[in-house]
Design a protein around this ligand. Structure first.
Ligand code: SF4
Length: 181
């Protein structure tokens, strides 16, 4: 019998939520027994090979490439999970949402105290993903089925939710898995 498939990606984020997935330690071996990885930096698989049971997105959506990846995940994954605060509410990258994009770019590339840019140009190569006017939580632009909070979410919470979804069990989180100090 074929195993369920899982896919993961990191959008605008620090990769810390993926580190938390790896932090499930020896349960990672159990996870590998339970599932096959499809597109994921964990397995270094860059493209979907077919439909996937559970897709996990870390990070918010801040540019056109992020949006394309999020839509591709929605298209390929039966269940889509937002992992961590960047995916759920934008988090630290969304601090730029309080400043107009033009001003952000000017400070980053022209007038910031550590900027050395004799060309006086803001990079505009068409190969660079186009920044959006703000950083969006994933669920504002594509439908999300589950949310795993935390920055990063604790490894035991990720394991409990993932294993329940994959085994078709009811998700049963204890208070200690949900509370944040
Ligand atoms: S939620 Fe926290 S740990 Fe996860 S990607 Fe964002 S900043 Fe990093």
């Amino acid at each position: 019998m074929s195993k369920p498939k899982i896919a993961t990606t990191a959008l605008t984020s620090c990769f810390g939520c993926h580190m938390s997935i790896l932090d499930i330690d020896d349960l990672l071996l159990k996870l590998i027994e339970l599932v096959d990885f499809d597109k994921s930096p964990i397995a270094d698989i860059k493209d979907f090979t077919g439909p996937v049971d559970v897709g996990i997105i870390e990070g918010g959506i801040s540019n056109d490439e992020n949006l394309e990846v999020a839509r591709d995940f929605r298209k390929h994954c039966k269940v889509l999970v937002s992992l961590g605060e960047c995916a759920i509410q934008g988090n630290i990258p969304a601090m730029r949402n309080t400043v107009p994009l033009k001003e952000c770019l000017e400070v980053a590339y022209l007038s910031g105290p550590t900027v050395e840019n004799p060309s006086g140009r803001i990079p505009d190569d068409p190969d660079i993903p186009m920044l959006m006017n703000k950083v969006y939580p994933v669920h504002e632009l594509v439908k999300v089925d589950y949310f795993i909070p935390g920055c990063p979410p604790p490894a035991e919470t990720i394991w409990e939710i993932l294993s329940s979804l994959l085994l078709g069990k009811e998700i049963d989180l204890s208070y200690t898995m949900l509370k944040k100090d």
